[in-house]
Design a protein around this ligand. Structure first.
Ligand SMILES: Cc1ncc(COP(=O)(O)O)c(C=O)c1O
Length: 410
């Protein structure tokens, strides 16, 4: 028989007061936002699937009313992920795209947004084909060029939207510099931190107002969840986001919130494994006869390697490469197809950030929604492939890419 009376509630209460500065990242990733269940002592946060919660009288309840607005499992996860970004407020969404949609709903017709010109194409599609119709105006600039960014800012600019490193060309953008320019013009800065995760990059500490993740990627990390999260430490902004998350109705499912919470516990070790494998592969490919060019921020040959070292504490697991053809020039489409079909450890698939290695072809996959001339103006040519380096054995990863390059004579 369980003796409930002997249960030491003070230990539970002790764990409730997490001070983000007091513990290291990996410790917080395992514990923040989570307390043993005061009722039964369960160490793992339970999945509370209930869509609705009891009122003792109309309007009086224990903090939860209806799971679109708030749910204990999702709240634990939001609290943990916010903590890892050094913030107090997190809002978990049904997808990364839904997170951006929620942020964009803070804007009004006539407002102006400046966004990076090299970013996940789905954001470009969302801005151009959905929010433009709502009367919001957009300009796209190379965010690494401060003069161009300055020139694009207008009195009605409310939001600056950026990714770093960019997808797929791994261009670095100086978050601190963009935050200074955004704030000087009265605009908020939002950073898509999907590629680096809070393990390697902390945009809020560099002046950003909002961080967004497609948690589909590294945060969940096992390619079995679609999700997004928005994080801020600004109380007023958090109140507006809380309202909007509820009003727009795109909060994350409880089960998926649980999976993300569980995945956060291994985020640090996963990211370090991704990085270690990616570093070794990037170095190997730099001197490979089948590769024209490698883009990885951890390589000294990366044009913004110094900024990468200053801004990030690790270099991540994403690599982009331009393939060389048998004739010594750009690989042809036929050669590219042969290469991406020859992989065995890697899988030809959209997405990134899972434990398994993936290869994708941006111009026909992730960036297909971008017009060909826009792709080419950004440098997304047909011989560009993007590698999401997994946590498999590094020798297998390198050997796999070698043999696939061999299929085009590289
Ligand atoms: C950098 C980045 N941001 C945002 C998204 C969109 O996220 P989701 O697919 O979860 O809506 C993606 C998706 O690939 C992405 O790569």
């Amino acid at each position: 028989m369980v003796n409930c009376a002997s249960f030491n509630i003070s230990l539970v209460e002790l764990k409730m007061s997490w001070n983000p500065d007091e513990f290291g990242f990996d410790t917080r990733a395992v514990h923040a936002g989570q307390t043993p269940d005061p009722g039964n002592g369960a160490v793992v946060t339970p999945i509370v699937l209930s869509s609705t919660f009891v009122h003792s009288e109309p309007g009086v309840h224990k903090g939860y009313d209806y799971s679109r607005c708030g749910n204990p499992t999702r709240a634990s996860y939001e609290s943990c992920v916010a903590n890892l970004e050094g913030a107090r407020f997190g809002f978990a969404n049904a997808s990364g795209t839904m997170g951006v949609t929620t942020i964009m709903h803070l804007l009004e017709s006539g407002d102006h947004v400046v966004a990076g010109d090299d970013m996940y194409a789905g954001m470009y599609r969302l801005f151009e084909q959905v929010f433009k119709k709502n009367g919001i105006c957009f300009d796209y600039v190379d965010m690494s060029d401060s003069e161009r960014l300055e020139a694009a800012m207008r009195p009605e600019t409310r939001l600056v939207w950026m990714e770093t490193p960019t997808n797929p060309l791994m261009k670095m953008v100086d978050i601190r510099a963009v935050a200074d320019i955004s704030h000087a013009h009265g605009a908020l800065l939002a950073v898509d931190n999907t590629f680096m995760s809070p393990v390697f990059q902390q945009p809020l500490a560099l002046g950003a107002d909002l961080v967004m993740h497609s948690t589909t990627k590294y945060i969940n990390g096992h390619s079995d969840v679609i999700g997004g999260v928005i994080i801020t430490d600004d109380e007023e902004l958090a109140e507006r986001l809380e309202f909007m998350a509820n009003a727009v109705g795109g909060s994350q499912s409880i089960f998926d919130s649980y999976l993300c919470l569980r995945s956060l516990k291994t985020l640090g070790i996963r990211m370090r494994a991704h990085e270690s494998n990616a570093k070794a592969l990037a170095k190997h490919l730099e001197n490979h006869s089948g590769v024209e060019r490698v883009f990885y921020p951890g390589l000294k040959s990366h044009p913004q390697h110094d900024l990468a070292q200053k801004q990030m504490s690790g270099m991540g697991g994403m690599i982009s490469i331009f393939l060389k053809g048998k004739n010594g020039g750009m690989a042809s489409m036929e050669e590219v197809i042969r290469m991406v079909q020859a992989v065995k450890v890697f899988t030809l698939a959209e997405s990134l950030g899972g434990v398994e290695s993936l290869v994708s072809h941006p111009s026909t996959m992730t960036h297909l929604s971008m017009a060909k001339d826009v792709q080419l103006s950004l440098g997304i040519t047909e011989n560009l492939i993007r590698l999401s380096v997994g946590i498999e054995n590094v020798e297998d990863i390198i050997h796999d890419i070698d043999q696939a390059l061999g299929s085009i004579g590289g």
